[in-house]
Structures are given as structure tokens and as C-alpha cells.
Design a protein around this ligand. Sequence first.
Ligand code: SF4
Ligand code: SF4
Length: 320
Amino acid sequence: MTNLLWLQGGACSGNTMSFLNAEEPSACDLVTDFGINVLWHPSLGLELGENLKKLLNALTSGQMPLDIFVFEGTVVNAPNGTGEWNRFAGRPMKDWVTDLAKVAGYTVAIGDCATYGGIPATAPNPSESQGLQFLKRQQGGYLGTSYRSKAGLPVINIPGCPAHPDWITQIVVAVATGRGAELSLDEFQRPKTFFTSFTQTGCTRNMHFAYKVSATEYGQRKGCLFYDLGCRGPMTHSPCNRILWNRQSSKTRAGMPCMGCTEPEFPFFELAPGTVFKTQTLMGVPKDLPSGVDKAGYVKLTAAAKAASPAWAEEDIFVV
Ligand code: SF4
Ligand code: SF4
């Protein structure tokens, strides 16, 4: 059996909802097929009060092994570094995080809040929120740069707002079946198997991106969402168009721009009206360009693409 404990800090429960919708494998498969013993989870755990404290103390004291420690939500440090705004089982949640991370075989951060701080850590960050090992792009976070779980890995970050259900369960299975050492992580500690390609990989609107044909309304069946509607698909590392949502679609397939939720800076936009879902431009050139493309290259590329665009690219093609 592999003991798994799931706790929640400053969170909306979105990643729990996502996890419970997993299909490949499902949350039930984790228990029945992969020998994972879910010791406690905020929506599934049975213990309350003193019984829960007993369980947590058995883990922190080493009486019971903790193989996988999953954390969802931010580590809340407010007010003034005390963590009193987020108390759990008789003490600040952040103190449980410190003690459990010390004894965990693997520590896994699920969702943007636990990985990089996400929306709660956006300035002015009144809850003094941090991700487990990052605050936005800055390494360190709550556990510090040198943190390693017992298996010798830093926190495994599975970002997303929420993370895709199957990214969660597949990584849990990998570590539970002893393949943790095979995981290769990128500079933001994301498993490379999911986060090397871009959201744009597999997007059905790629031909419209190539010919600079723009969608101007949500849900429009033709056109790329990059030129007017602020799609971050070309600069966001995620497999959203490879590992589809509900096995059948994605935001961009449905005509909704990618917001870049798997990158540490998410949410990127200021909350001023008109800055969300609108491509910010400077002299007609988008402020944020596809990864690795410079301004001069972009101008040349799009001029040539527009000139070469065939008539059919402007037709109402069903690309959903
Ligand atoms: S809609 Fe977004 S992800 Fe799809 S091709 Fe356009 S920019 Fe790329
Ligand atoms: S498409 Fe973009 S915004 Fe949507 S879940 Fe994937 S990475 Fe996040």
C-alpha cells in the first residue's frame, strides 16, 4: 500500500473537483488498481477533530509512513507570517506543511496556488500566500530552494487552474508504482512529459494561426484566438490539446482563448477593464509573442502569412 495524504491551504477546491473527475486513471482506480491508501482528503476523509489530529501526528512522528503528500492551495502566512488566517487541526496549516513535507516520500503540489501562488498570491497578496517551492517565477516559496522530499526530489509541481484530472492521477500513479525516479522535471519543477509542448500543439486552429486569420468573437468556428482575443497558446506549456478535457475538447477548440494558467505568472493580466481576453499590442505587434519568436521575425512571418493566405482560410470551417 502507498499512503497518500491530501491537504488544502488557500484554495477554492477546484483541483479537488478536477481530481474527482479523473478518468485515466480515475480516483477510484488509484485505490482499487494501484494500491493507494488515501489516508485523508478534505472531501473524502472520514476522521474529524481529535481523530484527525491523531492521524496527522502519527505521520509527523514517523509512526505511520507518508509516501505521498499532496497539497492543494497556497501556503497562507498572514497575518504577519503567523499563518493564523488558515488554521487546521488546532494549528496554522503552514506548520502542518512544514512537518509533513519533512517526512513525505514525495511532495506533490497540485494547481497554480500550490505550485506558484496563483490568484491568491497576486499583488497585493493580502493572505501573504506562497506556493510550496515558488512564488510566481521566484524559486524558494514556502519550503525553500533546498527542500527535497525523502525520495530526493523537489516538490513535483502540477500547475493549472485547475490542473487537468489525468495529469494529477497519472503522476500519483507514477510515484506510487516506484517510477518517481524516472520523472524528469523542467525549470519550474513540472513533469516534462506534460509540460514540454505548448497548448498550441494539437490546437485545431493552427492553420488559422499560420495564415493570420483571426477569430474576433468567443466560440467563433474559424480563426485563431491569438491575434485579437489574447490566446496564450503559443507561449504556454501544457498538453491541453493533446490530453483533451473530458476526453473531447479544450478551451481553444471551443473558441475560448488559453489564459496561460500553467505558467508561473498566471494570472498575467491587470484587472483593468479590457485587459483580459484582448491581445495587448504595441504599434500593432502583440506585446507577448509566441515563445522564441522576436518582434522582427514576427512582423516578417505574419506579413508573409497574410499575403499567402488562401481564400478557404477565411471560410467558416468547423474547427471545434
Ligand atoms: S487559438 Fe491559440 S492555441 Fe490555437 S492556434 Fe491560435 S494561438 Fe495557438
Ligand atoms: S488551455 Fe490554457 S488556460 Fe486552459 S487549462 Fe490549458 S493551459 Fe490553462
